[in-house]
Design a protein around this ligand. Sequence first.
Ligand code: ZN
Length: 239
Amino acid sequence: MELFSCTKISDRVWQIEEDHGVFCTLVRGSELAALIDTGYGNRNLRAFVEAHVSTPYLVINSHGHPDHIGGNHWFDVVYARKDEWDVIEHFEEHEERTCELRDIQVGSSLSLGDVHLEVISLAGHTKGSIGLLLKEEKLLIAGDALNEELWLFNYGALSMRELYETLKETMQVDFSWYLCGHSSRKYPKEKIEAHIRNIENLKVDEGTKADTIGFETYRSSFEDGCGKSELVFTADRLL
Ligand SMILES: [Zn+2]
């Protein structure tokens, strides 16, 4: 029985649903594959990857939240940006880390043979969030950094101002589509503009105050022709 459901994005790219609404991305190049994120880790993701990949592969964390690093324990080596290592440590649920963490640097380019992944900073959702840009397909694999409902709170999250700067910089990067960690769909780059406009028109409305996983958060909603944006944040991120 197949334990993971998959959505084909292109001939090389698959969104793998590791848990309900939690996605990892698999990119298969001619000589090397890359698994981006490892979900909560309750099911054997390694067996799944090795059944579907005929080349060596790398495992990369987009950022350190528990629904993206939880399956690291299935693997021997995992790459993550050094700026994010303390976030990973903060959220690690397994008492003793069993995989080796290795640094992956912003600006580096990974050759998968016929295609390349370029590492870009998507700092905001967390301080060391990265995106992997599949250059040949103009596709940015963005983890949680560009989710339609973008969370900006908890350990490691940056300020709204820093998120805004990252979003503006991301619009300068050459890509057409992006993938998120909580959706099987690919989104057009223009949709990021909705987040930018949401921040430019940000209202802190007491009426939206809610408990989100134990944090007192506010919600700002915005929608226009570019798409929909929901920002969920704590007041301290506005300072
Ligand atoms: Zn996250």
